[in-house]
Design a protein around this ligand. Sequence first.
Ligand SMILES: [Zn+2]
Length: 306
Amino acid sequence: MTPVLRSLRLAAVSLVAVAGLCAPAAAAEPALRAVASFSILGDLVRQVGGERVAVEVLVGPGSDAHVYSPKPAQAKQVGQAQLVFSNGMGFDGWMTRLLKSAGFKGRHVIASEGIRPLKAAADEHGHGPAAADPHVWQDMARVQAYVKNIAQGLCAADAAGCDSYRRHAAAYGQQLDALDQEIRRAWSAIPTQQRLVISSHDAFGYYASAYGVRFLAPQGVSTDSEASAQGVARLVRQIRQEKASALFVESIADPRLIEQIARETGLKASGAGLYSDSLAPQGEAASYLGMMRYNTRVLIAAIQAR
Ligand SMILES: [Zn+2]
């Protein structure tokens, strides 16, 4: 493009922006109303849906979907949607009840469908079947399957928009792939034995397996039960023995447990929180791609600061 053409294009864009300000009602009405169970999934649905889809999120940034209970107003939101997206694997199991109470007649898409789950670490009593670890989004390669499932669900509900959903899905898939490679490159510079990190709950199993980082946590794959005193004591011993590199509080978690572990091990908690199950309300980690980039950067910075 010549400089002249480029400046013309810029001028055209700013005219459109001004016109948009004058006549906000002129924007195309979305073809679909969708509800997503939590903020990370909401961003993925927005990326694929584009402007044809109005997306509402039930568990917003900073809130914990594991222990969520839907409010009556949200049953109404769900009742008015054509599509509902949940994560599945027991993460947002409250959705089943909500769909029932809302009398939802639309399409329910389970974003993790078809993905083979990692098993959660066995509980400390060592009995009961190991549960599926639902935190699939922490592995960017597996999120490609989320994006496919989302596009398929949108296409099934709105055939006229299918080309657009497929195009967005393909473009976003490329962004996922590029960042996935970037994260792998970033970790390859860190010696394997230094890649041991403590977080609040076991939310990083997929990140661990994808990017070769070890995570330990006082709480299990769900936040619905308290960490036991023995579990915390064992973790403190393990941190001392294995010389963990970094200690993190998650944005959705009560910081007190990590602060206690910091006191007992002398390992300082990183000032930056990790985003495990929720996006940030604003800033870099307010999108899924931004969250993955941010988490990786603060993890590596904490390890390098040791
Ligand atoms: Zn979690």
